[in-house]
Write a protein that binds this ligand. Structure first.
Ligand code: 1HN
Length: 346
């Protein structure tokens, strides 16, 4: 809470203002409009080494029927205990066991999942069955019904990314009641039969026209594309791909963008900062990132967060192997609001 009572005013005057639900701007202006950009969120890394065992334990301790979504939430240490990884974004790790089913619902926040570990699970998005293989990205756009199931034989874990804090900040968060999942209406998703090659779109799609022609980006496809780009790019050219709606080139979701960066051995691209915040997941390799003043070391499976307007500089620390960093961010939301900007360090 902002305390804005002006101590130089007669107390009776201040009391009258307060009684009438009025406040002076002159004591609050510098807080509402600071001269430097501020965020309470801090750079932070969550290690897979720490969280993996805790997820398995959650799977033992908490029945899926009770949890509905068995998620450990990544809480930014600077945000006072809020279920938020930045002021706009939510991140969590979800685990599902063989034979379990997480019922269907839909909600106003947008969601995405990046598969972390295990095979055999699937997410159904509006009847479209999406296989979940490690590294795959699956989106569930606002108000699309989705559920999760598991036909395999090992625990499956994925990273959930949502825009819940942003949606809550405009009082727009809403979810339907859960209902049992219906059998999927397709056995595969459009990344398997209609969007299999860049630059080609189906003349006529067999999938329902929801405005989201592609809801899954298989890691095998993304990795192949990154490797091709890396093989040809000059050493000083960063190797990174944006996930897009293949029919429009727009970000995959209205509020959230996704990218994957390939760092060659020893590579450390120039530091940059933007007004967007981002959550990074280490798909492959090991290295370190300087985020503002914090130096975060990472290895495969770790997740870390960059608050807005913090310089971010990644470094692949391995002598011969590539490193791959996935990120999701709130750039599309900030662009839509006219609030996006970026800067590279001189
Ligand atoms: C949600 O619906 C899912 O559908 C995962 O798997 C995480 C976190 C907060 C609110 C809704 C899911 C979520 C969520």
């Amino acid at each position: 809470m902002l305390t804005t009572r002006d101590a130089s005013l007669p107390p009776a005057y201040s009391e009258t203002l307060e009684a009438l639900s009025v406040g002076p701007l002159w004591t609050a202006l510098h807080v509402l409009l600071p001269n430097e950009r501020v965020t309470s969120a801090v750079p932070h890394r969550w290690r897979w080494r720490d969280l993996g065992p805790l997820l398995l334990e959650a799977a033992r301790l908490v029945p899926i029927e009770q949890a509905e979504r068995r998620v450990l939430v990544l809480k930014n240490p600077g945000l006072g205990g809020a279920y938020a990884v930045t002021s706009t974004l939510f991140a969590g790790l979800q685990i599902i066991l063989p034979g379990e089913a997480a019922p269907s619902h839909h909600h106003t926040p947008a969601a995405l999942r990046l598969v972390v570990q295990g095979r055999g699970a699937f997410t159904t998005v509006d009847g479209v069955k999406c296989a979940m293989e490690p590294g795959d990205l699956i989106i569930t756009p606002p108000m699309r019904w989705h559920d999760h199931g598991h036909e395999g034989s090992e625990p499956v874990v994925w990273l959930d990314g949502l825009d819940i804090p942003l949606v809550r900040s405009v009082d727009a968060s809403w979810a339907s009641k859960m209902r049992p999942a219906r059998p999927p209406s397709t056995s595969i998703d459009s990344s398997q039969d209609e969007f299999t090659a860049a630059g080609l779109v189906p003349r006529r799609s067999r999938y329902a026209d929801t405005g989201y022609p592609q809801v899954r980006w298989p890691w095998a496809t993304v990795r192949r594309a990154l490797a091709s780009m890396a093989a040809a790019a000059p050493a000083d050219q960063p190797v990174a791909l944006s996930y897009v709606n293949p029919k429009t080139g727009a970000p995959p979701l209205p509020t959230m963008g996704c990218e994957c960066q390939w760092l060659r051995p020893g590579e450390a691209p120039r530091a940059a900062r933007s007004t967007a915040s981002a959550v990074y997941y280490v798909l492959e390799g090991r290295g370190e990132s300087r985020i503002g003043d914090a130096l975060l070391a990472w290895e495969e499976g770790d997740t870390f967060v960059a608050p807005p307007w913090h310089f971010v500089e990644h470094r692949n620390a391995a002598p011969s192997a590539p490193a791959c960093l996935f990120q999701f961010n709130d750039e599309p939301a900030l662009r839509a609001l006219g609030l996006w900007g970026e800067e590279t360090r001189a």
